[in-house]
Write a protein that binds this ligand. Structure first.
Ligand SMILES: C[S@@+](CC[C@H](N)C(=O)[O-])C[C@H]1O[C@@H](n2cnc3c(N)ncnc32)[C@H](O)[C@@H]1O
Length: 330
């Protein structure tokens, strides 16, 4: 196995057995990728390697290029996928730099891709990563710990209006202004436990009793802001589609409406070629679809999976197939 992520970086000694993440909708993802032509599958968010392992096991004629921007995830995955030898290449990169990452490892065309968005269970569970509202930890939330922006900067340095905007945009938080006002008044906020407490206090009592932990949406929004999660998605999906071979398959698993809106829009655009002709009239604008979408509404997990894996509850899977036509050279 070629491990192309930077060995000089701090790689936590977190073995694959300690990195426990149950892959979401694994059999549905596998059904899609089983139809891909032989070649390279891009796992743009390889995480703990659960989906990648399932693909490598099911299809001996496929190799996997796994990207992630989290060094701890890549270290654990390298161990887990070691039995597959040189059928696996791991590379540390944000999928926002997809083109550069593919070029760096010498991959031009791909047979399929998977984006499994958001955070992994270990990222959420390890208090020192600062993603969890349930335990005290530093205000960090960086997937890539080399980056400068942390949750501490968002919480302690953004002005009140900006903080409220983050909470509204990335989590549809109805009490965004109240939370932002409370947080700004309490500065400096020193850890995740204090932030969770401030959010709880800012939300009116009746609303606190609905919809899970009162700080859940605030933590989601700050995490998305820190990691620029939505900014990279549209361009990365376009680039992955562009690199697909004819009949190649693509799958994206999203976990909230902000992500899913972007996935749906990019897939729609690829499936219509951006056609601007009036509906029900033949296309006269020359738009060229590059994919067909498997099912407009996508798929959600069955009740059985949602019961045993809470992470799956909000998942939506959307898939495409690259149409058979000559591709433009990248
Ligand atoms: C839900 S987990 C993936 C789990 C994986 N499918 C598995 O079976 O173990 C999402 C992973 O994507 C990574 N990630 C999120 N945004 C990313 C981005 N923009 N670029 C690269 N990796 C990203 C996270 O660090 C995390 O490890």
């Amino acid at each position: 196995m070629t491990e192309q992520f930077d060995e000089q970086m701090r790689v936590e000694s977190l073995g694959s057995s300690a990195f426990h993440h149950v892959p979401v909708m694994c059999s549905e993802v596998l059904d899609v990728l089983m139809e891909a032509p032989a070649g390279v599958i891009l796992d743009a968010t390889v995480g703990g390697g659960g989906h990648a392992e399932a693909v490598l096991t099911a299809r001996p004629d496929l190799t996997v290029l796994g990207l992630d921007r989290d060094d701890a995830a890549l270290a654990a995955t390298a161990e887990r996928l070691a039995p597959f030898g040189d059928r696996v290449v791991l590379h540390r990169s944000a999928f926002g730099d997809l083109s550069t990452a593919l070029d760096a490892v010498g991959v031009n065309r791909i047979s399929g891709f998977l984006f499994d968005l958001g955070v992994s269970s270990p990222q959420l569970d390890q208090a020192d990563r600062g993603f969890s509202y349930r335990e005290a930890g530093p205000l960090d939330m960086r997937m890539d710990r080399r980056q400068e922006l942390t949750a501490a900067a968002v919480v302690n340095e953004y002005d009140e209006a900006d903080l409220a905007r983050v909470l509204r945009w990335y989590a549809d938080e109805r009490h965004a202004r109240r939370i932002a006002r409370t947080v700004v008044a309490a500065r400096p906020v020193t850890d995740t436990a204090q932030l969770a407490e401030l959010v709880r206090d800012a939300i009116p009592a009746p609303a606190r009793r609905r919809g899970g932990h009162p700080a859940k949406r605030t933590f989601q929004a700050i995490r998305i802001e820190v990691n620029g999660e939505l900014d990279q998605l549209a361009g990365a999906i376009d680039e992955a589609i562009r690199r697909l071979v004819p009949s190649g398959r693509g799958a994206v698993l999203s976990y909230h409406s902000g992500e899913d809106r972007i996935v749906k829009h990019q897939f729609d655009r690829a499936a219509t070629g951006g056609c601007s002709c009036p509906p029900r009239l033949p296309c006269a604008c020359g738009a060229q679809p590059t994919v067909v979408m498997a099912r407009r509404a996508g798929w959600t997990p069955g009740d059985d999976e949602a019961t045993v894996n809470p992470r799956a509850v909000s998942a939506r899977l959307r898939t495409v197939e690259r149409v058979e036509r000559q591709l433009e050279t990248p």
